[in-house]
Design a protein around this ligand. Structure first.
Ligand code: FES
Length: 181
């Protein structure tokens, strides 16, 4: 026969089968809770671990529309940026133009000097910034004025016969092209 379980004073303890099962159940509950908490914690921390800002590709239009262009074409695009849980949609102006080699390219209209919106001047056949008079060639090359560099070229490609672009923000007042968002 098994002797009764006693404590240090020799008195019988309360360790019964029921209390042992209760303890086991509590342990299982804690384990299950910990497992379920993992995805919740990952969800809560997602904005901290995700890439700072992700910019989706924006549609400009059918690629065929830009094959024969001889002067820059202005387009308003829809830019979708995702930052953690926050999604922001804004309209931006870009120019579709040609490089000196005849390749289609897309330029940001933001002046690299102080951020005014550069316009294509038909009569002068060049881009002109209305704020301080910076001028740029048809391919965005810097021609004159206070802008420290050429107009900023954006990543673009043709997908399913559509010309698409990834919009970016660049640091102003510096000679090198530096993405800031
Ligand atoms: S903002 Fe364009 S020249 Fe100054």
């Amino acid at each position: 026969m098994t002797p009764p379980i006693t404590d240090a004073t020799g008195a019988p303890t309360q360790h019964t089968r029921r209390s042992y099962l209760g303890w086991l159940l509590g342990l299982c509950s804690a384990g299950v809770s910990a497992i379920l908490a993992v995805p919740l914690i990952r969800f809560a921390l997602y904005p901290l671990t995700a890439k700072t800002t992700e910019t989706k590709w924006s549609d400009i239009g059918p690629s065929a529309d830009f094959q024969e262009i001889t002067t820059p074409i202005q387009r308003l695009i829809n830019v979708e940026q995702v930052d953690g849980w926050r999604k922001q949609i804004s309209d931006k102006v870009v120019y579709v133009t040609k490089t000196t080699g005849g390749e289609t390219c897309v330029l940001s209209s933001v002046c690299p000097h102080l951020g005014c919106s550069v316009q294509w001047a038909v009569a002068q056949h060049q881009f002109v910034c209305p704020c301080h008079g910076a001028t740029f060639g048809i391919d965005g090359a810097r021609l004159g004025g206070p802008a420290p560099r050429a107009m900023d070229r954006l990543d673009s490609k043709v997908e399913a016969d559509r010309l698409i672009v990834r919009y970016r923000y660049f640091r102003q007042l510096v000679p090198g092209k530096e993405v800031i968002g």
